[in-house]
Design a protein around this ligand. Structure first.
Ligand SMILES: Cc1cc2nc3c(=O)[nH]c(=O)nc-3n(C[C@H](O)[C@H](O)[C@H](O)COP(=O)(O)OP(=O)(O)OC[C@H]3O[C@@H](n4cnc5c(N)ncnc54)[C@H](O)[C@@H]3O)c2cc1C
Ligand code: SF4
Length: 334
């Protein structure tokens, strides 16, 4: 049985208290929300914080409501709450679907949207027990000097494996970070960086407090498709999110696609507007978008599934996501 390392547990009631505690305890402390990712990682000794600062008692991190032209979702809302929110289902069906397809029901009841955005990257050579990693000589991301994926590279390429960020990117969502220097707003598109060791611009002493999605994005038709080994609890092997502004004549005004689970950050697919703007989403356009995505995506051996097969699945899942841009705006997960 894998046991947790010892730690002291703190339960602040406000964001300010949480930030002050982190400033006091320094690098010995980490924030924890649902704990569905951090606690297993602690059992694997990937993190050994002497202090955990729980965000579960912070009221400000709760609530899903319309506010100032946006839907504001508290970072501490569970994935179940997001998936079952009537407002999210009506306005952003792709987000409701993405949240509903994270892990399994128990994990969604505990796991939060904020934790999903701050999720650590994953890799075959990293998400293993201490014993297993030690036998291999560890790796760049934790305790070692070599990347077993790239062999020669000096950079970690562990996979970003969270389902909701690609959808939030195609909806132009922003998030708020609160730290010792005050609060700042960051577009979800600018939140991630291509570094498997630390793949967001969030500083370790910042709390993610809320996610805001413009109400204007609710006019977009949305789609979401997830490739995974089983139709149950698995992390994504590939997630595709798409959103399009379509006029009354069925002509595309603008279109966005985002993919994740391939590299260290989710990425926006480029060149889509040039292909689809002013045209109908007919077979020819869908095929051109799928081909464009295929040309841009190059999965690595960072998870246990063959990268060539994952690459071959990119156009398949782009087509599936695009097929969900039905006039009713309904999004379905495949
Ligand atoms: C078996 C299994 C299957 C899974 N499948 C999936 C899947 O299919 N798709 C998927 O996306 N995820 C999956 N997960 C991962 C995880 O359950 C979810 O990503 C969940 O949303 C994480 O949220 P949490 O609140 O539990 O995060 P935690 O584990 O509490 O925290 C994760 C990280 O985020 C930081 N953090 C959390 N909240 C904040 C905040 N508000 N401000 C600052 N930092 C914060 C923590 O310090 C930690 O570093 C799976 C996990 C397991 C164990
Ligand atoms: S990509 Fe390389 S450095 Fe990163 S976790 Fe995997 S083996 Fe380690």
């Amino acid at each position: 049985m894998l046991r947790l390392p010892p730690f002291a547990y703190h339960r602040p009631a406000t964001v300010e208290e949480a930030v002050a505690l982190k400033a006091e305890l320094g690098s010995e402390a980490m924030f924890v929300a649902g704990g569905t990712d951090l606690l297993p990682n602690m059992k694997h000794r990937l993190f050994e914080p002497a202090h955990l600062i729980s965000l579960r008692g912070v009221e400000e991190l709760r609530g899903i409501r319309e506010e100032d032209g946006a839907l504001r979702i508290g970072a501490g809302e569970t994935l179940t709450a997001v998936a079952e929110s009537r407002a999210v289902q009506m306005l952003y069906p792709a987000l409701a679907e993405a949240a509903a397809h994270v892990a399994g029901p128990q994990l969604r009841n505990m796991g939060t949207l904020g934790g999903n955005l701050c999720l650590d990257t994953r890799c075959t050579y990293y998400n293993q027990t201490e014993f297993w990693r030690k036998a291999l000589g560890y790796c760049l991301k934790k305790d070692g000097t070599v990347c077993h994926v790239t062999k020669v590279g000096r950079k970690c390429v562990a996979a970003h494996s969270a389902d909701t960020p690609p959808v939030l990117m195609t909806l132009d969502a922003t998030l708020t970070l609160a730290g010792p220097g005050g609060r700042r707003e960051v577009a979800v598109k600018d939140f991630f960086v291509a570094d498997g060791i630390r793949n967001t611009v969030r500083e370790p002493d910042e709390v993610l407090t809320e996610i805001r999605i413009p109400l204007s994005s609710a006019r977009r038709r949305q789609g979401y498709a997830k490739l995974r080994q089983r139709r149950s609890i698995d992390f994504p092997l590939l997630t595709v999110a798409v959103a399009a502004d379509v006029d009354d004549d069925g002509l595309v005004r603008s279109i966005q696609g985002a993919v994740t689970a391939l590299g260290s950050r989710p990425r926006i697919l480029t060149g889509w507007d040039a292909i689809a703007s002013g045209r109908r989403l007919d077979d020819e356009v869908v095929e051109a978008l799928a081909e464009r995505a295929h040309a841009q995506c190059h999965p690595l051996e960072n998870i246990i599934v063959d990268p060539d097969w994952r690459r071959a699945m990119v156009p398949v899942y782009v087509r599936r996501a695009l097929s969900m841009l039905a006039p009713t705006g309904e999004a379905l997960c495949v």
